[in-house]
Design a protein around this ligand. Structure first.
Ligand SMILES: C[S@@+](CC[C@H](N)C(=O)[O-])C[C@H]1O[C@@H](n2cnc3c(N)ncnc32)[C@H](O)[C@@H]1O
Length: 291
C-alpha cells in the first residue's frame, strides 16, 4: 500500500525473501490483531476498495467465494456479511493472520492456511472449485512477475468454469502516473514498500491478452479511488509539505475525497486496479490430434 508519509529512500530495505515477507505479515497480525490496520494503514482507501469488490460480486450471484491472502479476515468478513447465502473461505500463508481471522467466525465463513503459489495442492481444498476467487493485494507480495503469473494461474485452477477471478492489486504504472503529478508540484516520488512488487502493467496486459478467450477473459477493469489518490497523495500532500507537517491518513480532506466518485479511466493515477477475469474452458486444437 502506498504511504502518505515522505519516502526515505527508493525502498526502505532491499527486496526480501519469502520468509521475511511472511515474518512481516506475522508481525502485522501480532501488532494490530484483528484491526483493519493490520493489512492497510489507509482506512479511507480501504472503504473504497471493499465497496468496489462488493459491487462486482453483487453482479455475479456466486455460491462460493475464495479470498486468497485474506489477512486477518477484515474484508472476508464484510463479504460474508453482505452475502449471507454465499459460503466464503479465506486463505493466507500467515498462520498469525489466520488465527486472528478465526476469532471472528460466522456461519458462512471459514479459514485455512495456504500459499497462493501452491493453492491447487493445498490439502484443505483438493478438488474444490469456487465461483469467485479474489486476491486483494496478495500477488504484490510475491518476488517477481514470474511468481505473480504462477499465482494467477494457481487461482485460475481454483475457479469454476465460467466463474470469476477478481484481482485487486497495485500496478506500477498507476503509481508512475501518480508520481508524474507529484513531480509537477515538487513532491518526491512515492515508492512501493520493500515487501511489495507492484504488477508490471505491460507484462500483465500482454499476458491477459495472450490468454484472452482461452484461459481467462478480461471482462472489467477499474482504477480504484483515483480521485481519492489525486486529492490525498497530491493536493493534500503538497499542503503538508508546504506547511512542514507529516500527512495524516485521517485528515478531513481525505475523508471528503473518499466520498467523491471515481474519475473512471480518464487518468489512472491510483496504483490500485481491479481486474475482473472470467475463467474459460481451456481450448485445445483437436485438428492437431490427427496429424
Ligand atoms: C496487503 S495484505 C491484504 C489482506 C487482505 N486481502 C485484505 O484486503 O485485508 C496481504 C496479505 O497477503 C498475504 N500473503 C502474502 N503472500 C502470500 C502468499 N504467498 N500466499 C498466501 N498469502 C500471502 C499476507 O500474509 C497478507 O495477509
Amino acid at each position: 500500500m502506498v504511504s502518505t508519509a515522505k519516502p526515505k529512500s527508493s525502498r526502505s530495505k532491499e527486496p526480501q525473501n519469502e520468509g521475511d515477507i511472511k515474518a512481516f505479515w506475522d508481525q502485522q497480525a501480532f501488532i494490530h490483531g484483528g484491526s483493519d490496520l493490520a493489512t492497510n494503514p489507509d482506512q479511507h482507501y480501504r472503504v473504497l476498495e471493499i465497496d468496489s469488490i462488493l459491487r462486482v460480486i453483487s453482479a455475479m450471484n456466486p455460491e462460493t467465494i475464495l479470498d486468497v491472502g485474506c489477512g486477518n479476515g477484515h474484508a472476508t468478513l464484510q463479504i460474508a456479511k453482505k452475502f449471507p447465502e454465499v459460503m466464503v473461505t479465506g486463505v493466507d500463508f500467515s498462520e498469525k493472520m489466520i488465527a486472528q481471522a478465526k476469532r471472528r467466525i460466522i456461519p458462512n465463513v471459514d479459514y485455512f492456511e495456504g500459499d497462493v503459489l501452491s493453492l491447487s495442492r493445498n490439502k484443505h481444498i483438493v478438488d474444490q472449485k469456487y465461483d469467485v476467487v479474489l486476491s486483494s493485494r496478495c500477488l504484490i507480495n510475491l518476488a517477481n512477475w514470474e511468481e505473480q503469473k504462477v499465482g494467477i494461474l494457481e487461482m485460475r485452477k481454483m475457479t469454476a468454469v465460467n466463474g470469476h477471478l477478481i484481482l485487486v492489486e497495485n500496478v506500477q504504472d498507476g503509481l508512475d502516473n501518480l508520481n508524474n503529478l507529484r513531480e509537477k508540484i515538487g513532491l518526491e516520488p512515492i515508492k512501493a514498500p520493500w515487501h511489495n512488487k507492484y504488477l508490471p502493467q505491460s507484462d500483465l496486459t500482454k499476458f491477459l491478452t495472450e490468454i484472452q478467450g482461452n484461459l481467462l477473459t478480461t471482462e472489467y477493469v477499474e482504477n480504484i479511488g483515483n480521485y481519492y489518490y489525486l486529492t490525498s497523495r497530491v493536493l493534500y500532500a503538497k499542503i503538508c509539505k508546504d506547511q512542514g507537517v507529516e500527512p495524516d491518513y485521517n485528515n478531513p480532506i481525505n475523508a471528503i475525497a473518499a466520498k467523491m466518485p471515481t474519475l473512471g479511466e480518464y487518468y489512472a493515477c491510483s496504483p490500485n486496479f481491479m481486474f475482473v477475469l472470467k475463467k474459460e474452458e481451456a481450448q485445445w486444437d483437436t485438428k492437431k490430434l490427427s496429424s
